[in-house]
Each structure stands twice: as structure tokens, then as C-alpha cells.
Design a protein around this ligand. Structure first.
Ligand code: NAG
Ligand code: NAG
Ligand code: NAG
Ligand code: NAG
Ligand code: NAG
Length: 948
């Protein structure tokens, strides 16, 4: 019994000893003047009332408790007054004036709220004892009250990221004689021409952040205040130039700065050697300026430097400063970023920097080999050398001690990997980028040891091996895998795994075979095009909750019908490309679940039956290709109504019949309309001039591109983009048309049963590059207004029943390089002009009543007179047809989109010499990748030109 009570007593004593004053107060045992002051408690409650605190950050602030126990409130343990108040990120509203009751505040933080661009209340200036004031990111507006200058005890002031009016001056700042840390980032100080003088007056300032302030350049150096003691100076993202005096001031006054950030300015010329004289400097950030020339050799003597960051300048020369770094007994450099400059020469021995963790020399002009000594940098975590001209063999030695390496980027060099076959790397990489490195021909076995990567790019790496010899690792955290453009064969293993985030997987352009395993369909972006994959895609249909945005299975040997409900779990799909496979059966009606789809390419398969009416739901379609299938039925009316964004519509080579619905004219963005090789009858709709995109000469974009952001890891968003593409025949070979698909504007209605006249409205489609109406039963004449089609490159009206004369205005279409009027009933004399004379007899033959060059038949006098001179009302003023005696009323151009028929193609450099087409090529040459693409050139013509 005695034992127990002793224990109890001890506990009680301990309790007293440990009790905090506030708790003691609550128990009524402690000093009565400690604890919350009533008027301060009331003030705090009023402050709470004026704040919208949706996330209940202030829930502990209730009327029946000691306010010193509330969260975000700190009282003095000597006086019981509130001395610290932290309202960071509570919400929005306003600052209640009763804040002024908290007279003893030393520390006030109201950052990251939304005060609706109200002014900072002037009463804040009455907190004469406040030492720390954080007003950042709080959407304060109007003018900064100059009364803040009264806060003579202030040591920390943060005003950054608000929406103040441009201050005219900041003189008040110089009164803050105790100030040590100043943040004014994102405040527009463009009118404050003496900002540096003001800053210079503050004797205790150690941290200054004036980034993104539109600081004006300063052209007079303030008197150097001998007591300036800056540790950190951040003047990034201003427009400071070398002609300003900022650097001069810096070099004269601040010989002890430790961190210096001058990112994103316009400093030009050589990097001043004076930086190297600042012995204390540990971090120097000069990214995104216009510095040029070599990095001063004297930088090698900066023995305390930990970070040197100079990417995105115009630096050239060699890395001599590294050679000159041997003076330091122990060089401390940890972070070296010189990426995206024009640095030349070879990569020096970096072992003078044993602490190096981050090395970025990417996108420079380094050549020569990578020294094996690199493998000794045992602290290295990130190695970025991509985009240089480094060459030679990479072996085990290059990585021997790199146990901490996580990020390896050697892409786009001339490197040849040659590891011993049983090499086990000392590292586990997160990112592997070896694109365009020579890794093959066998699969690099060491890759099998890497099990944690989320980024793997070994595309174009000359691997010619079978997956059966290699255990390809798909880590669950995979974000990006690109093995494209190799010769990888064999089957993709059927793994059962779940990805953390749906990854981007590109295995295209290989020789993969067999079925597609289901787990791959759990990706966000899957490109398996240009392989030898076969069988049904039933595993696709088994995916629940599909995350796919982009699925490209084109150019394989996939077959069988696609189950009708297969696509119902892929509502996020944007791109579905199944072209060039052997699918058959109906188009699955679940395609109607694809509400977001923009590209649907089912071309070159054996799909049959009618178009499912559920396609109506795919209202965002831009690119729709069904060419070369066995589809039938009428062209549905809804095609023109439900898909207002269509740019490409291709139904070529199917069994569609009936008339062209006039609803098709609603497609204001349509640039490519191809209905060729069907059984379409009736007349051409007159409303084709409503196809607005075709009535304009300019094209919005060279590519038809779709981009989409996807999250591939906790902290990485990747912007994927997909360019629509199509295949065309040229010289018996198929070429892919991608980079300029968006420039094509064409109509092809050839090889149908169209009758009647070519509607005159067609000449309003002045953007048309190709018009093919051949192989129909069209009648009537060619309008002399045909020359309104100034963009026209190819015109094929052959094998119809067109009659009348050939209008001489045709010769005004300078770009025309393909003309076929053969096998009609044209009559009269073929007009002559230097341009038209370049066409051969084949353009005109099969018209028994035509005469003149280039046909062998000579014209007699009567034949010239026979030319019809009828309705001239629609002729444009200024045309010369009459003079030439060749009048035609409605030369009704039929619209022919010739390019798929073989007018169009991708040809070699050869064709570029053709003088006729130079202008157009110059236009194409503007594109970065300078694809040598020639549009609508037929082989006969090329040969003729070359002979000339
Ligand atoms: C009182 O507060 C100061 C800081 O405000 C602290 O250093 C000190 O330890 C506190 N004293 C007690 C007894 O809690
Ligand atoms: C300011 O602090 C001093 C002591 O540091 C104190 O005597 C004075 O009362 C305080 N004034 C206010 C208004 O808090
Ligand atoms: C920097 O200057 C350029 C013109 O020299 C101007 O276009 C740009 O807006 C300026 N940027 C800032 C942040 O002042
Ligand atoms: C190399 O560094 C040393 C030590 O810092 C320095 O004195 C010398 O001037 C530098 N050499 C050159 C060529 O700049
Ligand atoms: C590297 O390039 C320079 C010129 O840029 C050249 O003089 C030198 O020979 C090249 N070195 C190697 C190893 O190719």
C-alpha cells in the first residue's frame, strides 16, 4: 500500500516540474499574469472572422480556450503577450484592423493568402518591435505603404510575389537599418532608378532577392559602403546588361558574397575574371545570359566554389579552367552545368573535382574521347554529355566507381559501347539515355541489372537481337521507354505488373512478332507501329479502366475482327491508329465511347459493313482515314455535322455508294477530302465553296499535330505529341507523309460515278493544291475562271465527258505541274503559252476534236473559229482569253485530290533543281528539318525537266 502512494506522489511532483506555464495557468496554479491576454484573444477572434478558412487551419481558435495554446499563435513565456502570429496559407479575405492590438508581435507571417489586391494596412507599421514580417504571395495590391520604413527593428522582410503598383521609389527601405534579409522578387521596380543605392545603404543586409523585378540598369556606382556584408545576392530574371554598373559595384564592394545568382539577364561579352577574385564564392549562377568566349582560366583557382552554373550562354573555347584547377589542394566543386553552349575541344580529366555530383556539358561541341578517369568520380549522381561529338569506346572502366550514378545521358554522340559480357554496373540508374549510341548488335546484358529506372531511351542504338536472349525489365515506376528504330525481334514477354503511372512506351520500327501482351495496354502512350506483330488484339479488350491516350499499332500484321465492345474502356483515347494491318469484320460500335478522339486511322485493313452510327459521338475528330477497306453503305449525313473539326477525311477505295451529302460542306476546317474509288453517284454538291479552309491559301500548320500532357512520375509531366501521317505511293514505293501533311489541300473524287457539271463554285477553293475528278461521267465545260485556283499544282479531269475548248487561262496557274485532260470530248485548238507548252501530248490525248501542239493533229482555220464564245458574264476582268480566241464559259473544274493517286510523293533532292517549282521548295526549305519533299510531281515530268 505504502509503495503505491509513494509512486503517486512522485508522479504528481514530476507533473508539476514538467508542466508548461500555460497548462499551469489553466489549472489555476501558476503566475496569473502569464497566459492569454483577453484583449489579444478578442483581437485574434476578429482576425479569424475576416478570413475564409475553408481548410479549417484555425479550428483551434475557439472562444473558450487560452489563446496561447492555439495553433499558429505563440505567446511570450515571460509576459504572456502574443509575440508570433503565423497566418501563412490560411485562405482569403482581409486583415482585420484589430491586429493592431497585438502590440508585442515580433514575428508576423500572412504570406500565401489572397487579400484581393487590397493595400497592405498601414497600421502594420506600428508594430515597432517586429523583427520578421512576411507579406509574400498574398495578393496585396496598390502602393507599398512607405510607413513600413518605421519598422526600425525589422530584420526579415518579404514582400515578394504581390500585385503592387509599380513603386516610384523605395527610399523608405533605407530606413530599415536593422534589415538583414530582403525579398522583393516579382515586384516591378522598373521606375526605381536608384534601387542599388538604396540597397547599398543597408549596413546589415546579408540576403537580397530582387529576381524578376524588371530592374533598370544602373549607370553610376554607389559609394561603396565598407560594411556591406552580403552573403546572398539574387538579381535573376531582370534585364541587366554588361553596360550597367551592377557588376562593377559587386566587384568593388562585395568581396565576401557566398551565393550569387544572375540567371536570365542580358550580360554580354567575356565572363569577368573578377568573379574569381571573390574568394568566398560558393555558388555562381549565370545561366541564360549572353556571355561568350572561354570560361576564364582563373576560375580554376576558385577553390571554395561548389556550384558553377553557366548553361544557355554563348560560351565557346575549351575547358581550360579545368586544367588550371590543380592549384587547389581540395577542390570543392559539386555542381558544374555548362550545357547548351558552344564549348569545343576534348573532355578534360575531371578527377580534380572529387566532390562532383552533377556534371552537365550537354549540347556543346565537345569532341574526342571520354577519359576513363571519369569512372573515379565516386560522388557523381548526374552525368549529362548528350548532344556533343564525343566518340570512341565506352567500357566498364568509365563507370568503375560511379556507385551513386542515377542519371546517365550520353545520347546523340558517336559513342560505341563495349562492356565485358558479364559486367555488373556499380549503379542503379533512374534515367538511361543512350539514343544513337552504338550499343548493339547484341542486347547490352548489363541493362538487365537495372531495375529501378523510370526513363530508358535506347532508340536508334543498333541493337539487332531477339528479346528471347534478354530479360527486358519493365519497372513498375516506368515513365518512358523508347526502344524504337532498332532491329529487335522476338516476342514481348507477357508480364503481369501494374505501373504506378501509365508510362510512355515506344517500341516502334523493330521486328517484334507475336501477340501484344495485355500489360502494355496499361500504358498512357503506346507505339508499336512498324513491327511484325500479329494475331487478334483481344488483350486490349480485357483492359479495365484504360489509361491510353495514344495507341499506334499501325503497320503490323494484326488480324481478326475487333470485338464490338472492345474500346468501351478507353474513354481518354485521343489517337487510335490501326492502319496497315489485316483487321476485318465491322468497325466496333464501341468506337462511340471515344469521346475525346482526334485521330482515327483504320486505313488499309479489311473492315467491312456500314460505318457504325455511334461514330457520331466522336465529335472532336480531326483526322479520319478509312481508305482501302471493304466498307459500304451511303456516306452518312452526320459525317458532315457531327465532326465539325475534321481536317482530313479519307474514304478512298471502299464500296460507298449514293450521292455525296451536301452536309459535307459544313466541314469548315477540311483540307483533304478523298472519296475516290467508290461507287458514288449523282452530281457534285454546289456548296463546296463552304469548305472555308480550302478557300484560303494559307495553311494553319505544316503538321497536323496533337499534344497532350501526361504525368509519368510523381514530379514529371511529359508533353507528348503525335503528328498525323499518311503513306503515299511514289515510284512504286510508299513514302510517309508527315512533316507537311498540314499543307496539303486537296479534293479527290476520282473513279466514281459522278455525273452532271462541275459546279462553278469550285474555283472559289483558291487554296486547293490538287484537284482530281478523273474517271467519272462529268459533262460540261471548263470555266475560264479556272485560273482563280492559283495554288493548284495538279489537275486531273481525265476520263470524263467534258467538252468545249481548253481555256487559255490555265496557263496563268504558275504552279501547275501536272495536267491531265485526256479522254474527254474537248475540242478546238490547244492554247499555247510557255507554261502550257511544257505539258506533253499525254495530257490531251483521247479528245478526238482537239488539235494543235503537242498533239500530232494540226488545226484547220475552221477549228479555231469553232471555239465556243458564249457566256462571258463570269469572266474576270483583265483575262486575255478573248484575245487568244479561246472562250469558255464555265470551265468547271472538277476537284481532284491527286496526291494519293500518285501525283504526290516524297522525292529526292534531284527534284529540287526544277526551276518551275523553286518558289515552293524555298518555302518548304524553311522548315527546320529541311525535308526534301516535293509535292505532286509525276515521274514523266521529272524526267522531262531533267533532260532539258
Ligand atoms: C522562453 O522562450 C524563449 C524563446 O522565446 C526560449 O528560448 C526559452 O527557452 C523559453 N523559456 C522557457 C522557460 O520555456
Ligand atoms: C518593445 O520591446 C522593448 C524591449 O525589447 C519593450 O520594452 C517594449 O515595451 C516593446 N514595445 C512594444 C510596443 O512592444
Ligand atoms: C527584356 O528586354 C526585352 C527587349 O530587350 C523585352 O522584350 C523584355 O520584355 C524585357 N524583359 C523584362 C523582364 O523586362
Ligand atoms: C590558373 O590558376 C592560378 C591560381 O588561381 C592563377 O594564378 C593563374 O593565373 C591561372 N592561370 C591562368 C592562365 O589564368
Ligand atoms: C576536335 O575539333 C577541333 C576543331 O573543332 C579539331 O581541331 C580537333 O582535331 C578535333 N579533335 C578530335 C579528336 O577530333
Amino acid at each position: 500500500m505504502g509503495g503505491t502512494s509513494l509512486q503517486f506522489l512522485l508522479t504528481l511532483v514530476l507533473l508539476f516540474l514538467c508542466m508548461k506555464p500555460t497548462t499551469a495557468n489553466y489549472l489555476g496554479l501558476a503566475d496569473t499574469h502569464l497566459g492569454c491576454k483577453e484583449h489579444e484573444r478578442q483581437a485574434l477572434l476578429k482576425i479569424k472572422q475576416d478570413l475564409i478558412d475553408d481548410d479549417r487551419h484555425l479550428s483551434s481558435w475557439s472562444s473558450d480556450q487560452d489563446c496561447c495554446t492555439w495553433s499558429r499563435v505563440t505567446c511570450s513565456n515571460q509576459t504572456g503577450h502574443v509575440i508570433m502570429l503565423n497566418l501563412q496559407g490560411v485562405g482569403s479575405g482581409k486583415l482585420n484592423p484589430s491586429l493592431i492590438e497585438l502590440k508585442y508581435l515580433t514575428d508576423l507571417d500572412v504570406s500565401y493568402n489572397d487579400f484581393h489586391q487590397s493595400q497592405i494596412p498601414e497600421f502594420i507599421a506600428s508594430f515597432s518591435n517586429v523583427t520578421s514580417l512576411d507579406l509574400s504571395g498574398a495578393n496585396f495590391g496598390r502602393n507599398i505603404p512607405f510607413q513600413l520604413g518605421n519598422l526600425s527593428n525589422l530584420q526579415y522582410l518579404n514582400l515578394g510575389g504581390n500585385n503592387f503598383n509599380k513603386p516610384e521609389n523605395i527610399e523608405w527601405l533605407s530606413l530599415l537599418s536593422s534589415l538583414e534579409i530582403l525579398y522583393m522578387d516579382d515586384i516591378n521596380l522598373s521606375k526605381v532608378n536608384n534601387w542599388l543605392h538604396v540597397v547599398n545603404k543597408l549596413p546589415y543586409l546579408t540576403y537580397v532577392h530582387l529576381d524578376s523585378c524588371n530592374l533598370p540598369n544602373i549607370f553610376s556606382v554607389p559609394l561603396v559602403n565598407s560594411s556591406t556584408s552580403l552573403d546572398v545576392l539574387d538579381l535573376s530574371s531582370n534585364n541587366l546588361t554588361s553596360s550597367s554598373s551592377v557588376l562593377e559595384w559587386l566587384f568593388n564592394s562585395n568581396t565576401s558574397v557566398v551565393e550569387l545568382y544572375l540567371f536570365e539577364n542580358q550580360f554580354q561579352g567575356l565572363i569577368p575574371i573578377a568573379f574569381s577574385k571573390i574568394n568566398t564564392l560558393a555558388e555562381l549562377g549565370l545561366d541564360s545570359n549572353e556571355f561568350e568566349g572561354e570560361i576564364p582560366k582563373a576560375f580554376g583557382g576558385m577553390c571554395n566554389l561548389k556550384t558553377l552554373s553557366l548553361p544557355l550562354n554563348h560560351l565557346s573555347g575549351q575547358l581550360g579552367f579545368i586544367h588550371n584547377s590543380t592549384h587547389c589542394a581540395n577542390h570543392s566543386l559539386e555542381f558544374l552545368d555548362l550545357g547548351q553552349n558552344q564549348i569545343m575541344g576534348s573532355l578534360p580529366d575531371l578527377t580534380t573535382f572529387p566532390s562532383l555530383t552533377f556534371l552537365d556539358l550537354s549540347q556543346n561541341r565537345l569532341n574526342g574521347t571520354i577519359p576513363e578517369s571519369l569512372g573515379k568520380l565516386s560522388n557523381l549522381e548526374s552525368l549529362y554529355l548528350q548532344g556533343n561529338s564525343l566518340e570512341g569506346v565506352i567500357s566498364d572502366a568509365h563507370f568503375s566507381k560511379l556507385t551513386k550514378l542515377k542519371h546517365l545521358y550520353l545520347s546523340n554522340n558517336l559513342l560505341n559501347f563495349n562492356f565485358s559480357s558479364d559486367w555488373v554496373p556499380p549503379f542503379q540508374l533512374n534515367e538511361i539515355n543512350l539514343r544513337f549510341c552504338q550499343l548493339g548488335p547484341r542486347f547490352p546484358k548489363w541493362l538487365q541489372t537495372q531495375k529501378n529506372y523510370y526513363w530508358l531511351d535506347i532508340s536508334n542504338s543498333a541493337i539487332s537481337d531477339s528479346l528471347s536472349n534478354f530479360n527486358l525489365v519493365f519497372p513498375p515506376q516506368l515513365g518512358y521507354m523508347n526502344l524504337s528504330y532498332n532491329q529487335i525481334s522476338g516476342q514481348i514477354p507477357n508480364l503481369s505488373l501494374e505501373f504506378t503511372f501509365p508510362p510512355i512506351v515506344d517500341l516502334s520500327s523493330n521486328k517484334l512478332e507475336g501477340r501484344i501482351p495485355q500489360f502494355l495496354f496499361e500504358s498512357g502512350y503506346l507505339d508499336l507501329s512498324k513491327n511484325l506483330l500479329s494475331g487478334p488484339i483481344s488483350s486490349l479488350c480485357e483492359v479495365q479502366n484504360g489509361k491510353l491516350n495514344i495507341l499506334d499499332l499501325s503497320n503490323n500484321q494484326l488480324s481478326r475482327p475487333i470485338p464490338d465492345s472492345c474500346l468501351m474502356h478507353f474513354e481518354g483515347l485521343l489517337i487510335l491508329n490501326l492502319a496497315n494491318n489485316h483487321f476485318h469484320g465491322k468497325i466496333p460500335s464501341s468506337v462511340g465511347f471515344l469521346h475525346e478522339i482526334v485521330t482515327l486511322d483504320l486505313g488499309n485493313n479489311n473492315f467491312s459493313g456500314k460505318l457504325p452510327s455511334s461514330l457520331k459521338n466522336c465529335t472532336k475528330l480531326v483526322f479520319f482515314n478509312l481508305k482501302q477497306n471493304d466498307l459500304s453503305g451511303q456516306i452518312p449525313m452526320w459525317l458532315g455535322i457531327s465532326h465539325p473539326n475534321l481536317v482530313v477525311l479519307i474514304l478512298r477505295s471502299n464500296h460507298f455508294y449514293g450521292a455525296i451529302p451536301t452536309h459535307i460542306c459544313h466541314l469548315a476546317h477540311l483540307q483533304i477530302l478523298d472519296l475516290a474509288l467508290n461507287q458514288i453517284s449523282g452530281s457534285m454538291p454546289k456548296c463546296l465553296n463552304n469548305l472555308t479552309a480550302l478557300t484560303q491559301k494559307v495553311s494553319p500548320n505544316a503538321t497536323i499535330s496533337h499534344s497532350h500532357e501526361t504525368q509519368v512520375s510523381d514530379n514529371t509531366l511529359f508533353d507528348m505529341s503525335y503528328d498525323d501521317r499518311m503513306f503515299f505511293m511514289w515510284k512504286g514505293k510508299e513514302h510517309e507523309y508527315k512533316n507537311i501533311l498540314g499543307l496539303l489541300k486537296s479534293i479527290d473524287l476520282s473513279s466514281n460515278n459522278l455525273t452532271g457539271r462541275i459546279p462553278r463554285e469550285i474555283v472559289e477553293l483558291v487554296g486547293l493544291v490538287s484537284l482530281n475528278l478523273s474517271r467519272n461521267r462529268l459533262t460540261g465545260q471548263i470555266t475560264s475562271e479556272i485560273d482563280m485556283l492559283q495554288s493548284l499544282d495538279a489537275l486531273d479531269l481525265s476520263q470524263n465527258q467534258l467538252s468545249g475548248g481548253i481555256p487559255s487561262s490555265l496557263s496563268h496557274i504558275d504552279r501547275l505541274s501536272v495536267l491531265d485532260l485526256s479522254n474527254n470530248n474537248f475540242s478546238g485548238k490547244i492554247p499555247t503559252s510557255p507554261h502550257l507548252d511544257t505539258f506533253k501530248a499525254t495530257s490531251y490525248e483521247g479528245n478526238p476534236n482537239l488539235c494543235g501542239v503537242p498533239l500530232p493533229k494540226k488545226c484547220s482555220g475552221e477549228e479555231i473559229a469553232q471555239n465556243p464564245a458564249m457566256n462571258r458574264s463570269r469572266e474576270h476582268a483583265g483575262r486575255q482569253d478573248e484575245k487568244e480566241g479561246l472562250i469558255s464559259i464555265g470551265f468547271y473544274v472538277s476537284v481532284a485530290l491527286g496526291f494519293i493517286a500518285g501525283f504526290w510523293g516524297v522525292v529526292g533532292t534531284l527534284v529540287l533543281n526544277m526551276s518551275l517549282r523553286v518558289a515552293f521548295f524555298r518555302f518548304l526549305n524553311n522548315f527546320k528539318d529541311r525535308l526534301y519533299v516535293a509535292i505532286s510531281v509525276n515521274l514523266a515530268r521529272v524526267q522531262r525537266q531533267l533532260q532539258n
